[in-house]
Ligand binder design. Sequence first.
Ligand SMILES: [Zn+2]
Length: 59
Amino acid sequence: MVKLKSKPCHICHNLADIRYRIQYQENENWVLVCPDCWQEVSQDNPYYRYGGTWKAKRR
Ligand SMILES: [Zn+2]
């Protein structure tokens, strides 16, 4: 299942090194989405809010 250090996209469940923290539905919690889904849900979306970028750190 999901590993702690790599959270999947909330929508497509793909793992990506960069994810955007957003809200895209009314009364929805903050979710992490990949750049592809971020583009889709952020367009013409009155509920869209941007909360920052989440980058995987590997060291
Ligand atoms: Zn996605």
